[in-house]
Ligand binder design. Sequence first.
Ligand SMILES: [Zn+2]
Length: 134
Amino acid sequence: MGFLGGPQMPERLALPARVVDIVSEIQRLVFEMYDHYIERAGYGWKSSEGALTIELGTYFDRAEDGSMPSPSISIYSYIFDLSGRGGRTHYFDNPRVALAAVREAHAREMRTATCPTCESDIEAGTECRWCLDG
Ligand SMILES: [Zn+2]
């Protein structure tokens, strides 16, 4: 069917419960990372840290039955490279991909400490390699 008289219009927004669960878990992990970072380092953030955007797709993404594809997720973070691609807005095609990436970044942050001498990021429980010679 063409665009005119094409896909049905959904009666109301249908965001599946599992998507809400995944996005809630993503936000919980991201906020926990900030708690940890601010506790150990305490500087260098931007005002939009941790802003999470759920994008539902466009007019053209609708299936014939009116259903929409899985929403995409964007998370703003200047401090954490959540996507592994750098930049500040970390984009993910769907919530499951975002959760996997955030879990990895969360694990990385939770095993990071700050060197009390030079303030470099170091692995928790290890000596700072920059300060060993000093
Ligand atoms: Zn150091």
